[in-house]
Design a protein around this ligand. Structure first.
Ligand code: ATP
Length: 221
């Protein structure tokens, strides 16, 4: 099943002078696929990821997420779709350093207003999956970079999204920790989660099922 379907996606930032970044991107991603998107700095990788992540809207084109056209959704429906369908992982982790590992996870669920008992079960499950069960009460700022990224991946996985979107997730990690991150992504892909990563990292290009090159505003076949 295609989980992401982008057709002729265009994006121009309406600054002066306008910046035409995406000039007709076509992209279809199936459940369980592992995709790397590469391209030079300024090619529009983050712009594309923001559109796929429903964080920004294209200027033109069609984007279907799990079959649902996203063009004319209300802000509320977009937020819900993003929360239910998508998980995000970033190079610099975006975790709250002054909160514990468990608090970082619970906070996401509190926003989704899930009952306390269910929340605890979900947090425990994810802590085990990312190998942080022994660090639940640690302050996040005391974790290593690899541990922080595992926490960030756990947080992205909490709500069982159908798509994981990652922006340079191994950019700050050594070989061993990068390998751990890719193993976690593999487990997700094996469970039919599509994993889309933008990267300069050759380790990820070698790992992906498909490497897509964003060149001159389009994806080169
Ligand atoms: N909000 C914005 N307003 C105007 N121009 C923007 C905006 N966001 C990005 N751009 C421009 O769009 C182009 C693509 O930026 P984008 O961040 O998508 O590239 P990228 O491929 O992710 O680059 P990098 O690898 O350096 O992160 C760049 O020229 C950038 O300056």
């Amino acid at each position: 099943m295609s989980v992401l379907e982008l057709k002729d996606i265009r994006k121009t930032y309406t600054v002066k002078p306008p910046v035409e970044v995406l000039k007709g991107v076509d992209l279809t991603v199936q459940a369980g696929e592992r995709i790397a998107i590469v391209g030079h700095s300024g090619a529009g990788k983050s712009t594309l990821l923001n559109i796929v992540g429903l964080l920004d809207e294209p200027s033109d084109g069609s984007y279907r997420l799990a079959g649902e056209e996203t063009k004319s959704l209300s802000a509320r429906r977009r937020d819900r779709l993003r929360a239910n369908m998508l998980g995000f992982v970033f190079q610099d982790y975006h975790v709250l350093g002054h909160r514990t590992v468990i608090e970082n996870l619970e906070l996401k669920l509190a926003i989704n207003s899930i009952p306390l008992k269910k929340r605890k079960e979900m947090v425990d499950r994810v802590l085990g999956q990312v190998g942080l069960d022994h660090r639940g009460d640690s302050l996040t700022r005391l974790l290593s970079g690899g541990e922080k990224q595992r926490l960030a991946i756990g947080r992205a996985m909490l709500t069982s999204p159908q798509v994981l979107l990652a922006d340079e997730p191994t950019g700050n990690l050594d070989e061993q920790n990068a390998g751990t991150v890719l193993n976690l992504f593999d487990e997700q892909a094996a469970g039919d989660v599509a994993v889309v990563v933008i990267t300069h990292d050759e380790r990820i290009s070698n790992w992906a099922d498909r490497v897509l090159h964003l060149i001159d505003g389009r994806i080169e076949k």
